[in-house]
Design a protein around this ligand. Structure first.
Ligand code: SF4
Ligand code: SF4
Length: 160
């Protein structure tokens, strides 16, 4: 299983990744200009017969090199969300709202962040309803242990 450096540190969770997730850095390859694209070309997202692909789990699909699943944009990020599973209530809000499908969830259980595709927008942190939040933004270089050790306490409601 191929995981990014951050993914490997994710609290020992199996992040449900296929082997070729994030194997190439987007923008590192030679780009083709709009006027160089062959007319009528078909770009397949999957290798082989994809008729029943919707019923396959992400790690079971065979992605083609044209599928963004095989690319990583991790270097675009300056901040990253860190997940604290001790606070999470598996509400799936972050999964619904993430604009880059970078929340990894299986059987309605939040498992972690796909750091190969997360762009650090912070939307998941905004929509997380727990107190304290189960997702917080940290500088990209922050170690997981450092982030978790400084996690804020539950805030009490102010009495009127
Ligand atoms: S920071 Fe943005 S892209 Fe990354 S997991 Fe959260 S919502 Fe998705
Ligand atoms: S929004 Fe927060 S509490 Fe809900 S699943 Fe995501 S991390 Fe967990």
């Amino acid at each position: 299983m191929k995981l990014s450096k951050e993914g490997e540190k994710m609290q020992g969770q199996d992040l449900c990744a296929a082997e070729n997730r994030g194997v190439r850095e987007l923008g590192a390859e030679k780009l083709v200009g709009w006027d160089e694209v062959q007319q009528g070309v078909v770009i397949n997202s999957f290798e082989g017969d994809a008729t029943d692909i919707v019923h396959k789990k992400a790690e079971e699909r065979v992605y083609s090199d044209f599928n963004s699943y095989t690319a990583t944009v991790a270097s675009w990020r300056v901040q990253k969300p860190v997940f604290n599973m001790d606070v999470c209530i598996d509400c799936q809000n972050c999964w619904v709202w993430c604009p880059d499908s970078s929340i990894i969830s299986r059987d309605k259980q939040m498992l972690g962040i796909d750091y190969d595709h997360c762009k650090g927008c912070g939307v998941c942190v905004e929509v997380c309803p727990t107190n304290p939040k189960s997702l917080l933004m940290f500088a990209e270089y922050t170690e997981l242990e450092t982030a978790l050790s400084g996690w804020p306490e539950k805030t009490k409601k102010e009495e009127k």
